[in-house]
Design a binder for this molecule. Structure first.
Ligand code: BGC
Length: 811
């Protein structure tokens, strides 16, 4: 073995004897995955395989399979809306407990890229537009997870803040914005929380793809002291150029780009010391997660998953506006109209790799019905939101082989012989690792008997990236190949286009449905398959749906309209084109509000959407993608059983044309962050523009009086009183200003925050640490501190700041 030449962390010195027991071939194998989700075991040194898995809002596990369900926590933007680091810690702990239950050692999250623009497609998965809030909550998540023995993998390092051309886009961002905004959450995840792994992104920064980028060495390793494993985003390793870069593990594996690694070491193209450094880090990770003989990882504390999911959703629900209609009084209501597609089929999470498969979901309609048990709760869809086929409910399907609810899936080789079969309980199926021999299969067949609940013509079909045939009672009704949009295989794979045929059905009469898909060999996702058998929404006249909703609202004392996005709007592999609610939902809300019945609108979206009717309704509640208990949490908030805990982690625009940063599409392969340090609320302040709802905004059901702010050492103490007649939560937000600064600065920037809770009439004090780094700026390659007086401003949002305090900072 050649001695490692690069800076080596002392944490691995004791692992050198193990490294010395490995052959070059074994070392080369260890730095690449064994398959989609696991690393290579090396039993002779006591190393078992380590399993990595997506979340981050729960943990899917190594199989994408409804038979092995997962806890579905609220998505990242909902978590950030809590502004609560203690909650984020428990969220990480809950995910760790899920990870261990599923045999997972490392969870691929949290996603700590920033909401640079509301058009970013994975906005729902990221936390906030603000680096300070993202850093604090991200670090708490990492600590909560790792204290429970499971590795976190903050991602995607770095500047992966939008999705368009994500594999190739070159982000040009100045050093100051990179350090102060985009790197800052990663710095805290490493420096403060000691992340055991980091995921390198697909994109380039300054012309170099992130798996080969110097940023992996500096600042990540050399400045922040990262001693963990840099895991590549899936297929992001492009060449052996990532060996001398601090890219440690290529996933999935074996990685084609590193196929030549052993020869490259032998003929001197690659330095073996670089390989050894990676191996030592992987051994350290194995020791941390308990994958190395003799090592022990902490066992996660037990968590009541559904109860925590409900609490987290409540804490992330933002009451944007309320004329007093909320909270509803369950005792005095007798007729309530619940309206909206998402009220019945809620989106509890965004799409793409973050998907987990919950055992059950509480929809807003279920939650409201349970909370208002004495009232008559009617339901109308009002407007269609779903695009493409939706899954067929399990209770309408019978597996023809077993007679149980569900379907039979058969896998057939090139010679037509059945290779494998399984009985499934869902019609949206993804094989991405797992037992089915996808790579060897040429045809995959789904069979079920479907008994419709209603008579009429339905749009029966499938979604997938593969050509398919659909038979109903033995007759071929559809034979087509989807046309894939764009080149992002991940997007095509995780959110494939739909094809349908009109089929007449009778209520209660079963039809035999058979779908056959053909697979070609090869490509980066060979071995993976995604197909959905389903029904597209009926093509009912939008005006007729709205008319029925209006009639329901007229007959009710209050209308609750749940509006939202669908899987074509918020997912992975593409960005949003606008901020509009899909379909005719704006018309629906206006029509319901015009009835004069008090109208509460609930928004079920992971990112800002434009609400042009906001002033015409009685209340607006932003529920985000609230996880599997979304409906129960929402009912708690609507009825006042719980305080709406959320405050906006991202500025909410009134119109796309008002948004300061909208460029997410690269020009000639380059995306320039020309706005520098001014994103989010900083950009709105700079433009002196007013959004619909500012950063940090959110109402509660009690009232507060802000007392005073004072300095105690390096902390600021803020005193406030609950002046209402019920207990409440408030988020104390502290911003800094430096109007006469010698350097360009935001008008005002977040430097600290804390959650306080107080009983009616109680006075509370929040103590918030303000390390001097919160006032520093990056210039000429270093953090600089401008000495002198800053103004601190404290209050309930970036523009509602009743308290101020002069704050001296000494360099
Ligand atoms: C995503 C990652 C994810 C990985 C594995 C990638 O396409 O960008 O966030 O962890 O796939 O599913």
């Amino acid at each position: 073995m050649t001695a490692p030449t690069r800076v080596q962390t002392p944490a691995v010195a004791h692992l050198v004897p193990l490294l010395e027991k490995l052959t070059l071939e074994q070392k080369a194998a260890l730095v690449q995955g064994a398959d989609f989700w696991t690393t290579v075991p090396l039993p002779h040194i006591g190393l078992r395989a380590m399993t990595l898995s997506d979340g981050p809002a729960g943990v899917r596990g190594p199989r994408w399979d409804e038979r092995e369900p997962s806890l579905n926590l609220p998505s990242g933007s909902a978590l950030a809306a809590s502004w609560d680091e203690e909650l984020a810690y428990r969220y990480g702990a809950a995910a760790a407990s899920e990870a261990r239950r599923k045999g997972v050692d490392v969870v691929l999250g949290p996603t700590i890229n920033l909401h640079r623009s509301p058009l970013g497609g994975r906005h729902f998965e990221c936390l906030s537009e603000d680096p300070e809030l993202t850093a604090g909550l991200g670090a708490a998540y990492v600590r909560g997870m790792q204290d429970n023995g499971v590795g976190a993998c903050p991602k995607h390092f770095v500047a992966n803040d939008s999705e368009t051309d994500r594999f190739t886009v070159d982000v040009q961002v100045d050093d100051r914005a990179l350090r102060e905004l985009y790197l800052a959450p990663f710095e805290r995840a490493v420096d403060e929380a000691g992340a055991w792994t980091i995921m390198s992104a697909y994109n380039s920064v300054h012309g170099v793809t992130m798996t080969e980028n110097d940023l992996l060495e500096t600042p990540l390793n050399s400045e922040w002291g990262f001693d963990g494993v840099v895991i590549s985003d899936w297929t992001a390793v492009r060449s052996l150029g990532s060996i001398p870069a601090a890219q440690d593990l290529a996933m999935p594996g074996p990685a084609p780009a590193w196929a030549d690694l052993v020869d490259a070491v032998r003929d001197g193209r690659v330095d073996e010391a670089d390989l050894d450094r990676k191996v030592l880090r992987l051994l350290l990770l194995a020791e941390r997660v308990g994958a190395l003989e003799g090592s022990d990882a902490a066992a996660p504390a037990p968590v009541d998953g559904p109860a925590f999911a409900r609490e987290a959703s409540i804490e992330g629900t933002v009451l944007l506006a309320n004329d007093g209609v909320l909270p509803l009084d369950p005792g005095s209501l007798s007729r309530v109209a619940v309206i909206g597609h998402n009220a019945r089929e809620a989106r509890t999470q965004g799409g793409g790799s973050a998907t987990v498969l919950p055992e059950k979901i509480v929809s807003p309609l279920d939650g409201i019905r349970a909370a208002l048990a004495d009232a008559q709760v009617t339901y109308e869809i009002g407007a269609v939101v779903q695009e493409g086929v939706a899954e067929i409910p399990l209770d309408q399907l019978v597996n023809p082989v077993t007679g149980e609810p569900g379907l039979r899936v058969g896998f057939f080789g090139a010679d037509g012989a059945e290779l494998f079969a399984e009985d499934r309980r869902a019609t949206a199926l993804v094989w991405f690792g797992g037992d089915a021999p996808i790579g060897a299969s040429r045809t995959v067949v789904l069979e079920t008997r479907y008994t419709p609940a209603e008579s009429g013509e339905i749009q029966l079909g499938f979604a997938g990236a593969n050509p398919g045939k659909l038979f109903v009672d033995g007759d071929l009704v559809l034979d087509d190949a989807p046309v894939l949009e764009g080149t992002d295989l991940g997007a095509a794979f995780l959110n494939p286009p739909s094809l349908t045929a009109a089929v007449r059905v009778e209520a209660g009469r079963a039809i035999a449905v058979r779908a056959e898909f053909t697979r070609a060999q090869g490509g980066p996702l060979d071995g993976a398959l995604s197909v959905t058998l389903g029904i597209a929404p009926e093509r009912t006249d939008p005006a007729a749906l709205i008319a029925r909703a209006v009639a329901a609202a007229e007959a009710a004392e209050v209308a609750v309209v749940v509006v939202g996005t669908n899987s074509k709007v918020e997912s992975e592999g593409y960005d949003r084109e606008n901020l509009d609610l899909p379909g005719h939902q704006d018309d629906l809300v206006r029509a319901v509000a015009a009835t004069g019945t008090p109208t509460v609108v609930v928004v079920n979206a992971g990112s800002p959407v434009v609400l042009p009717w906001a002033d015409e309704v009685s209340a607006v509640v932003q529920g985000y993608f609230g996880g599997q208990e979304f409906g129960a949490a929402l009912a708690d908030v609507l009825t006042g059983a719980a305080e709406p805990g959320g405050r906006l982690p991202t500025t909410w625009p009134a119109a796309l044309s008002d948004v300061p940063v909208t460029e997410v599409v690269p020009t000639d392969g380059v995306l320039r962050y020309t706005e520098g340090i001014h994103i989010g609320s900083r950009a709105w302040l700079k433009a002196d523009a007013a959004p619909a709802f500012p950063f940090g905004h959110g109402l509660g059901y009690t009232t507060w009086s802000w007392g005073a702010a004072q300095r105690v050492g390096d902390d600021v103490e803020v005193t406030l009183a609950n002046t209402g007649d019920r207990p409440g939560k408030q988020v104390v937000q502290v911003y800094a200003e430096r109007p006469d600064s010698t350097v360009e600065r935001p008008v005002r920037w977040l430097v600290g925050y804390a959650v306080v809770r107080a009983e009616a009439g109680q006075t509370v004090t929040a103590r918030i640490p303000l390390p001097t780094r919160r006032f520093a700026h990056w210039a000429e390659g270093a953090w600089r501190l401008e000495s002198g007086e800053y103004t601190l401003r404290a209050g309930a949002s970036v523009v509602d700041l009743p308290l101020d305090l002069a704050w001296q900072v000494q360099a």
